[in-house]
Write a protein of this length. Structure first.
Length: 348
């Protein structure tokens, strides 16, 4: 499972291979999880953003949003440079750089879209080649528990008999094991994007249509969910795997059955959505609810009912238009949670 424990485990693993001392290991451990502390900035941003103009809102989102600036290679470079200036230790600086870069890269090949090349490239992107509950990364996630256990046994003078192997795990006695685990992880993280590329090319040949690499997401180890516009009214949704090729596919309508008579509202909703930020929906489908005074248009992703644990897809934007004035209110909703009103500066 890719989590803060995974990033911490990788940092500790790199530090162990490098043979750092206790103080240096603590520095590396903190830096390895540092990008995920952007949740503090993100919470502050949510509080402050209500009264901002859309321009200010969008620019600050780049800097304060979760998995934004603090998950960029520029931020990783600045942190590494700071460690060099402060510590003047080449080995520590290299290990810190490797730890924080591994965090950014692991999220980039696992999670939904990010902006790792900000500010040079502001478009979001992803590799998305490794499943969130990846078995190899899950093993790395256990490493912090070994460190905690070893410290406990050491402080309580219980490092004898069968418990000595715990201490050995974080000592030089098992450096070969550290190097082996680190090599496996590196090879795994390099080969998976290429394996995904081969699979996508195979699916393209079967479908006779272009398949977007970035918008093909892992839904299980070795299994991906893809989509593409089949025609003006439908998307094609596909599930493919390394061992079975295209395993199943279906068609999803972009519009409800009575959609033609409400096309103006769909177009207005789409125009508003396109001005918003960060633009999470790749394959838009529409739903509609009509009352005497209002027309409610719901925008969501065509893939949202075909994924598990992927909150990236599971989002709706809700626009409520007044029939007479065409004024609107907007909300967003994730999963089965209640709708959250969006500030008027969200869409302009």
């Amino acid at each position: 499972m890719v989590s803060i424990l995974s990033h911490l485990g990788i940092g500790l693993l790199i530090a162990a291979v490098a043979g750092l001392n206790s103080r240096q290991i603590k520095i590396v451990a903190f830096v390895a999880i540092l990008p995920d502390l952007d949740f503090i900035l993100n919470a502050l941003f949510i509080v402050l953003s209500q009264d901002m103009s859309q321009h200010t809102h969008n620019n600050l989102y780049y800097l304060m949003g979760h998995r934004e600036f603090m998950h960029s290679f520029l931020f990783a470079t600045l942190v590494t440079l700071y460690i060099w200036i402060r510590e003047k230790n080449r080995k520590l600086t290299v290990v810190v750089g490797a730890a924080i870069l591994s965090h950014v890269y692991l999220d980039y090949i696992t999670s939904w879209k990010m902006r790792p090349f900000f500010p040079f490239i502001t478009e979001s992107s992803t590799i998305g080649a490794i499943y969130f509950f990846d078995p190899v990364v899950a093993i790395i996630s256990l490493i912090p528990f070994f460190y905690i256990a070893a410290e406990y046994f050491k402080k309580n003078n219980k490092l004898r008999d069968g418990s000595r192997w715990i201490h050995a795990i974080i000592s030089d006695e098992h450096k070969k094991l550290y190097r082996t685990l680190l090599c496996i992880l590196i090879i795994w993280c390099i080969l998976n994007p290429f394996a995904k590329l081969i699979l996508i090319k195979h699916v393209e040949n079967i479908e006779g249509n272009s398949i977007d690499y970035q918008n093909s997401y892992p839904i299980m180890p070795g299994k991906f969910l893809s989509a593409y516009p089949y025609n003006e009214t439908h998307y094609r949704i596909l599930v493919s795997s390394y061992w079975g090729g295209v395993e199943k596919g279906t068609f999803i309508s972009k519009y409800p059955e009575n959609g033609n008579e409400f096309m103006d509202y769909f177009n207005m909703s789409k125009a508003l959505y396109d001005t918003g930020f960060p633009g999470e929906i790749d394959y838009i489908v529409y739903d509609i609810d009509v009352s005497e005074s209002d027309v409610t248009v719901i925008i969501s992703d065509a893939r949202r009912h075909y994924t598990y644990y992927w909150t990236y897809f599971d989002v709706e934007y809700i626009f409520v238009f007044d029939k007479e004035t065409q004024n609107y209110n907007s909300d967003s909703r994730r999963s089965m949670h209640n709708p959250i009103p969006l500030a008027m500066n969200f869409f302009e």
